[in-house]
Design a protein around this ligand. Sequence first.
Ligand code: FAM
Length: 433
Amino acid sequence: MGLKDVLKKKIDEHRPRIAKLTKEFGDVKLGEVTIGQAIGGARSVKCLVTDISYLDPVEGIRFRGLTIPEVMEKLPKPKGKDYPYVEGFWYFLLTGDVPTMAQAEEVVEDFKKRAQVPQYVIDVLRAMPRDTHPMTMLSAAVVAMQRESKFAKFYAEGFNKMTAWESMYEDSCDLLAKLPEIAAYIYRMKYKGDTPIASDMSLDFGGNFAHMMGIPAPYDDVARMYFVLHSDHESGNVSAHTTHLVASALSDAYYSLSAGLNGLAGPLHGLANQEVLGWIQDVYAKLGGKVPTKEDLKKFLWDTLNSGQVIPGYGHAVLRKTDPRYTSQREYCQKYLPEDELFKVVAMIYDVAPDILMEHGKAKNPWPNVDAQSGVIQWFYGLREYDFYTVLFGVGRAIGVLANITWDRALGYPIERPKSVTTDMLEAAAGIK
Ligand code: FAM
């Protein structure tokens, strides 16, 4: 059975569970909402459902029940490589089943048929001023392709709720398969003297991306690792939630992903990774252009905090321990770039920052998040244009959010519509008016 057939079987099995919960247990309470949560970004309010990933505050992310090390170990990998096929991971996120090598390779071949980027998308990118942020280019390229949407066509020709997921699935595969070329085209056009590299259809998602970026192995494995690590972080984060919200209006995958990417482009979300690397280099430069002593670094971190700034790459809205996505990248660095000076600074920050943040006493989570490490690896392999880092995050994030909106359509989730209240109402609820 191919991916779509396996998915159909899973969807048929899952639908009665949602129907039963809605019909018989719809009034069961999951929690209550405080004034603090209503004002404070709905933090921890349980009002979203996804089975693609779950973020435990202590354990970190699990994809379809597997931890990051388990995913890296169990999923099929290209011959001689350390990290799994992105295509096999897509299979896994959609179905919850670890694919066999044959199943993963079937998706690799399927993606090759879908990968060609229409010329008009290239024309759109070329028409934009070269100093446009690469995230703007990525988002524009995605929404420009909306005319290709099979879901939009399906809707226009007579919508059927039971089969709507099929065209959402087709759009999601089409879109995902094209993202490596779009991202690499933006990179080569913008930063490498307008020298795009043609796609090599003999390669998988990660391999072809590295090839089109013009960065030799093991960057293909870095790309696979990076895309898997950034794919999903349950549904409440800005990029995932935005994609889901827009799709809930029956907007297609192109509209929805483009919107999600716009959220990812914010400095408190995906853009943080470019900021973290800038800060680490600043630490390095200000402390003499060499790996500092622990004492000097401690003083620098205290000065940062005392001047009212945050320690970039540390803290998280949900997590309460070291982000396993950080650990995974740290292990990569320990294996492949242990002598790199920037990595040594990053490792030393990890040694001293948590204690300092605990003593400082503000941050609920003194441990590093995914962004504390990722720029260092990209920098090491010659990808030094910080602005582009969020695009890499965006290609990875697309895997998770597209799997989610395919399932949203399969389970017939309705248009999202939380309720707002006025400040007067909050004051009345608080008993002060
Ligand atoms: N350094 C210093 N102070 C920090 C801190 C840090 N790394 N993280 C949090 N705090 C402070 C925070 O500013 C707040 O202070 P005020 O009460 O004065 O406003 C207090 O601790 C409580 O914040 P929190 O509840 O622990 O964190 P939030 O859930 O509000 O915010 C983050 C979460 C990630 C925005 C925050 O920890 C932060 O600004 N970290 C540094 C920037 C960063 O690494 N961003 C990457 C986010 C990443 F996960 C992603 O989405 N890509």
